[in-house]
Design a protein around this ligand. Structure first.
Ligand SMILES: *[C@@H]1O[C@H](CO)[C@@H](O)[C@H](O)[C@H]1NC(C)=O
Ligand SMILES: *[C@@H]1O[C@H](CO)[C@@H](O)[C@H](O)[C@H]1NC(C)=O
Length: 413
């Protein structure tokens, strides 16, 4: 058989398998056991959050200067604030709060092309902490251990977009004890604290909704990916970007008819994902990617190529069952790996993906909906309660070092 015939034969098998599943009307499957239940938890009544009232220069004023902050992939920091202000978990009485939240829009400083610059973020966060610790008694009681911060930037609270620099900086010293809600998730990395909550990057929900095609459209594309393979601007030598994984995808499969991959971003992008069986989710500069959110929303099995990644809400979503993990070094075998997955395994993953609770957990809709990413963040915070007695410091006890970290961070903001 030549390769085209082979592709056709293979796709027919999947189309056939798909039809069987449609006939039997078992197109969605609940995740059994604790994982599914956790995803459907209702956080209301399980925790109370106090929202510090900060001068608008820490949040609203910054947004006024650049409304693009509402649509970029780190926009969660803004939407979480808005969500909490009107959430039933909010309390106006700090004495009864389980968690304290400081609304700072630290990634809303965009270049003309829309890339967030994190250089002022450390001073901004430091300034806000100075403010809350001198105006309210709660920070000093725990030095932040019952406070959470949303830090969706590339390497979270390390506040740098280059990994080497981020590692050198480490997590901002004043945030060492706080719970960090961040998109960055990689095991054994200085920019991920144990106890952090990993969230999906922001992807515009309305925009995705308007591109939905009928569910019964056959999935006739085997592997789909649109995005960069090489970042010639920032990595002219090659090899650094995505640790070479994306380059390996391109070099090995650019001429393989099973792979619909390209750097072009077609207008049918969202529709194409709904016609694909597998969607590649390779790491970029950092291991997170909006590709993962899109794949889940469009029911395309995510193929996760990012060693040691910690995926969003991994304690509630069984990513191994939904997606396919491929080690970065195994990229050259991607075709064999994916074609040897039995159709019944593929169908089960598709049914799990079709579960609406999965899609909801990946999105930050306005207004919020039960089970969405906002609620998953609250669930994560509620599961960390009650706080250990040991987080409360003795009178006069100090743990944080206010002068630690790069000297530049100590300048007033
Ligand atoms: C909290 O501790 C800091 C540093 O020790 C101090 O400057 C501040 O006044 C304290 N805040 C309150 C409310 O007592
Ligand atoms: C705090 O950090 C600064 C700068 O790294 C260091 O010089 C100082 O000794 C530290 N203070 C304490 C009490 O550890």
């Amino acid at each position: 058989m030549n390769s085209w015939m082979w592709v056709f034969a293979l796709l027919s098998v999947y189309a056939f398998a798909w039809r069987i599943s449609a006939d039997h009307n078992v197109r969605t499957e609940r995740i059994s056991g604790s994982a599914g239940d956790v995803l459907e938890d209702n956080p209301i009544g399980r925790l109370k959050v106090y929202v510090y009232e900060l001068p608008s220069k820490y949040n609203k004023k910054i947004l006024q200067k650049d409304p693009r902050c509402l649509t970029h992939m780190f926009a969660a920091e803004i939407f979480v604030h808005r969500f909490l202000l009107s959430s039933p978990v909010r309390t106006l009485n700090p004495e009864e709060a389980d968690w304290f939240y400081t609304p700072i829009y630290a990634t809303c400083d965009l270049t003309p092309t829309g890339l967030p610059l994190p250089f002022k973020s450390p001073r901004m966060v430091r300034s806000a902490i100075q403010l809350i610790s001198s105006n309210w008694p709660h920070w000093n009681r725990t030095e932040g251990a019952d406070h959470f911060f949303v830090v969706p930037h590339d390497f979270g609270a390390c506040f740098h977009y280059q990994e080497e620099k981020a590692i050198e900086r480490g997590i901002l010293p004043l945030l060492q004890r706080a719970t960090l809600v961040q998109t960055f998730g990689q095991r054994n990395h200085v920019c991920l604290n144990e106890g952090s909550i990993t969230i999906p990057p922001y992807a515009p929900p309305q925009k995705m909704q308007t591109h939905l095609i009928p569910q019964e459209t056959p999935r006739s594309i085997f592997v789909y990916f649109r995005g960069l393979f090489y970042d010639v601007n920032n990595d002219p030598e090659g090899g650094y970007y995505a640790r070479g994984a994306r380059a390996a995808v391109w070099e090995n499969f650019k001429n393989n008819p099973l792979f619909d991959i390209s750097t072009d971003h077609p207008t049918t992008y969202y529709e194409d994902m709904q016609r694909a069986i597998f969607c590649l989710c390779p790491l970029g500069w950092a291991p997170w990617s909006p590709r993962l959110v899109e794949a889940v929303v469009f029911g395309c099995i995510p193929v996760i190529i990012a060693d040691d990644i910690v995926l969003p809400f991994a304690d509630a979503i069984p990513w191994e069952e939904i997606g396919v993990y491929v080690a970065e070094e195994d990229v050259p075998n991607l075709d064999t790996i994916l074609t040897s997955i039995p159709p019944e395994v593929i169908l089960r993953k598709q049914r799990l993906l079709a579960n609406p609770s999965m899609k909801r957990a990946m999105m930050f809709p306005q207004p919020a909906q039960p089970g969405d990413a906002f609620h998953q963040i609250l669930n994560g915070l509620a599961r960390k309660l009650p706080h250990k007695k040991s987080v409360y410091l003795k009178p006069g006890e100090k743990v944080l070092n206010w002068t630690a970290g790069p000297v530049g961070d100590l300048k007033p903001w």
